[in-house]
Write a protein that binds this ligand. Structure first.
Ligand SMILES: Cc1cc2nc3c(=O)[nH]c(=O)nc-3n(C[C@H](O)[C@H](O)[C@H](O)COP(=O)(O)OP(=O)(O)OC[C@H]3O[C@@H](n4cnc5c(N)ncnc54)[C@H](O)[C@@H]3O)c2cc1C
Length: 402
């Protein structure tokens, strides 16, 4: 368990939130030869029990409509597959991606056209997305009922499950071993300079006041609360997402792709004989930070009938375990918000990752570390996802959202 009080009064970088985004940033800072500063990571719950990272479904995909989102996931794939070499530690277990792909199913021509347009962007970016007719789907995946399906879209390259928990653990462990200080405490206030253009310090729940050169908001679903401490409005709110792990009386004899049913329910292979399903709450309002209550009717009346209709072999299935987690839902355009505030220059966002933050954590952490060190993104230009698009009211609409 990390200690409570910071060992210094001043740090070059203070990161608010130590889950996957905060830890990725901290670790990538330690990778940069040009960065020699001090880093404090403040985490209000060092058990990480309730953060989005702990509730994730841990998949990655290349099927986005925005090519930057594709490049971000491609970096994730390369980083994860070479985790041991990247961390530079023989104790790191070998990693791989379970490439069963995401199977998007369209039951009308409108969505089929979107899949066709997306495929062009994905192929141009180096993905291997295939479009399948209902007959082709049946030939490869005979277990689906496809009477209502117009088109399917799947990519089997670097798309599927990966072990986000292990990557998170090693970033945190390695960052600490390299001198990043983690504390078990909470940022409860932020103080700016007289003309409001810079953050001077953060105040912790323990009463400690810590001066900082730059501050990173990696607070997940609490991102808007952290921004509000600095007088900044951030359109990010906690939205509930349910997950069920289930077993089937008659398991499939091949891996089940992460299937995005036209109803919005998704399901995929989990263990060798277990499966995972997920869906949003309905209605889907912002919820309290500590509200993780399950809606037990959702499975019985909504999810299970949809799964059993799409995969008749799954008529007899049984829930093994279930949980509710929170997306840090960006109500503006559901894309990431990364980089500095337009007026408070040393306040850096790492927010609003909705349902794709786990796979974005390598590129976002690397990019944020570059920004903190050089004042620019160097490897992959993430400026398209800057806060200034909110000020200009220019949303970036990602058409492939789950
Ligand atoms: C059900 C579900 C399924 C998902 N599936 C996928 C998937 O398949 N693929 C994918 O890429 N992504 C997925 N995601 C999204 C992904 O899990 C998140 O985007 C990612 O984990 C966000 O990480 P984070 O570090 O930004 O936030 P979090 O993990 O929520 O961490 C934020 C941390 O900040 C701390 N904190 C907040 N405020 C303060 C404060 N004031 N002081 C100190 N600490 C503070 C919190 O305690 C927390 O530990 C899923 C999410 C959910 C909920």
């Amino acid at each position: 368990m990390p200690h409570k009080n910071p060992t210094a009064r001043s740090y070059d970088i203070v990161i608010i939130g130590g889950a996957i985004m905060g830890s990725s940033t901290a670790w990538f800072l330690t990778e940069l030869d040009d960065f020699n500063g001090s880093v404090l990571v403040v985490e209000r719950d060092s058990s990480y029990e309730k953060c989005s990272t702990a509730h994730t479904n841990s998949c990655m995909r290349q099927q986005f409509s925005n090519s930057l989102n594709i490049e971000i996931s491609q970096f994730a794939a390369e980083f994860v597959k070479n985790l041991r070499a990247n961390i530079g530690d023989d104790r790191v277990p070998e990693q791989h991606i379970q490439n069963y792909g995401y199977m998007y199913l369209a039951d009308d021509e409108g969505f089929a056209d979107t899949l066709r347009e997306n495929q062009k962007i994905q192929l141009a970016a180096g993905a291997e997305t295939e479009l399948l007719s209902a007959e082709e789907i049946t030939a490869r995946y005979p277990f689906y009922a496809v009477d209502d399906i117009v088109l399917g879209s799947i990519n089997l390259k670097d798309e599927g499950y990966w072990d986000g928990g292990t990557v998170f653990d090693w970033w945190r462990r390695s960052a600490r071993e390299r001198g990043v200080e983690y504390i078990d405490n909470e940022v409860v206030a932020i103080t700016k300079n007289a003309n409001g253009t810079r953050v001077d310090s953060v105040t912790l729940a323990s009463g400690d006041v810590v001066s900082c050169g730059q501050v990173v908001n990696a607070s997940g679903p609490r991102g808007a609360r952290t921004a509000a401490f600095a007088g900044i409005e951030l359109p990010v709110e906690p939205r509930k997402r349910f997950t069920w792990i289930f077993s089937a009386e008659q398991p499939l004899d091949q891996d089940l792709p992460l299937t995005i049913d036209p109803s919005g329910v998704h399901f995929r292979q989990d263990g060798p004989k277990t499966y995972l399903a997920g869906c949003p709450a309905d209605p889907d309002p912002a919820v309290d930070f500590d509200d993780f209550a399950m809606d037990f009717n959702r499975w019985e009346n909504h999810v299970w009938p949809i799964i059993a209709t799409r995969i008749p072999q799954f008529e007899a299935i049984k829930v093994v375990t279930e949980w509710a987690g929170h997306y840090a839902f960006n109500t503006f355009d559901q894309n990431a918000i990364v980089g500095p505030h337009d007026q408070i220059e040393n306040f850096i966002f790492l927010n609003g990752f909705s349902g794709h933050g786990l796979q974005q954590s390598p590129a976002m952490g690397r990019g944020t570390a570059e920004w903190l060190t050089y004042g620019e993104f160097r490897s992959l230009d993430l400026s398209q996802f800057g806060y200034d698009r909110l000020v200009r009211n220019e949303p970036i609409i990602e058409k492939a959202i789950i």
